[in-house]
Design a protein around this ligand. Structure first.
Ligand code: TUI
Length: 307
């Protein structure tokens, strides 16, 4: 399937992988790229040198393009922003903020810049600052989210900008891809389904929690402080919600969650850890290779779109 995004990124399929913290490391990114999508290394809160090493390891596994997601709330965002230039990365996505201050540097290096946005206002602003595309991410997504659903956000952003739009949030199969295209998107970003990929290094407890999840199993914490985060309900989300209701400060709550995503992803502590995942977790039923996932999704999307 050819769209402005497949042309822009030089990929076979209009699928990019989410830049998920602790999850989007070199094995997953290389596997998605090898399967014809765009794999991403998630910078998350990692220091620049860690991201550099992940990029180099991914390049050893694939000759196809890979991108990097720069998480703008990270204390290391500035370093990571420079590392992507030094390592010759061709595509950068950004999350959880406004990447304006890095845009000139990235554009000068020939990098395609694709900010993840959760509002029409930021999408328009990013276009004005030279973004090559935007990811319109609805609140069905896992992790840090905005307020709008994918169904409402994508067509409003498509109408507001001329650059191509990538839909994200709640997409996990060919039906979701076809629906996103009907809304005017020219590619999709997929996170939660790739968490359970065979090539994903995520602890099996985390994968099984996603595979067993029901439609209503995720919860959003942190809304009262303007930092909503979606994860699967457990002891951690219940405790967070209780303290949030008691009026604990953002700092106290942040302190409580420090390191808890890593604990779930790497140690498999899905009770006290943070199990970030999107609402589509309820539909995800098995571990497959990235190639199996992508081939299956594209075959279904092509059929539904009559291609
Ligand atoms: O960034 C994400 N998802 C993430 S980042 C992350 S790490 C983290 N963990 C706990 C707390 C905070 C971060 C886990 N998941 N998705 C992209 C995304 N960006 N979703 C929403 C936004 C966003 C929201 C507001 C982008 C820009 C924005 O406003 C910026 C501005 O200054 O106007």
């Amino acid at each position: 399937m050819k769209t402005r995004i497949t042309e822009l990124l030089g990929v076979e399929h209009p699928i990019i992988q989410g830049g998920m913290a602790w999850v989007a490391e070199h094995h997953l990114a290389a596997a998605v790229s090898e399967a014809g999508g765009l794999g991403l290394i998630g910078g998350a809160n990692a220091p620049g040198e860690v991201v550099r090493s992940e990029i180099r390891k991914a390049k050893e596994l694939t000759g196809k393009p890979i991108g990097v997601n720069v998480m703008l709330l990270s204390p290391h965002a500035e370093d990571v922003a420079k590392v992507v230039v030094e390592e010759g990365i061709k595509v950068v996505t950004t999350g959880a903020g406004n990447p304006e201050k890095y845009m000139d540097m990235w554009k000068a290096a020939g990098i395609k810049v694709i900010p993840v946005v959760a509002s029409v206002a930021l999408a328009k602003r990013m276009e004005k600052y030279g973004a090559d595309a935007v990811v319109a991410e609805g609140c069905e997504s896992g992790g840090h989210i905005g307020e709008q659903t994918t169904m409402t956000l994508v067509p409003q952003i498509v109408d507001a900008v001329s650059i191509p739009v990538i839909a994200a949030g709640g997409i996990g199969d060919g039906r979701g891809i076809a629906a996103a295209f009907m809304l005017g998107a020219e590619a999709v970003q997929i996170g939660t389904r790739f968490v359970v990929a065979k090539e994903s290094i995520v602890h099996d407890n985390y994968k099984q929690r996603i595979i067993k999840a029901k439609d209503i199993d995720s919860a959003v914490t942190g809304r009262s402080h303007g930092h909503p985060v979606r994860s699967l309900r457990n002891q951690m989300t219940r405790e967070y919600a209780r303290l949030e209701e008691e009026g604990k400060s953002f700092e106290e709550l942040e302190y409580m969650t420090l390191g808890t995503l890593r604990k779930a992803v790497q140690e498999g502590d899905i009770t006290n850890g943070t199990v970030m995942a999107g609402q589509i977790a309820g539909m995800i039923s098995k571990e497959q290779t990235c190639k199996e996932m992508i081939d299956e999704m594209m075959e279904q999307a092509d059929r539904l779109l009559g291609r």
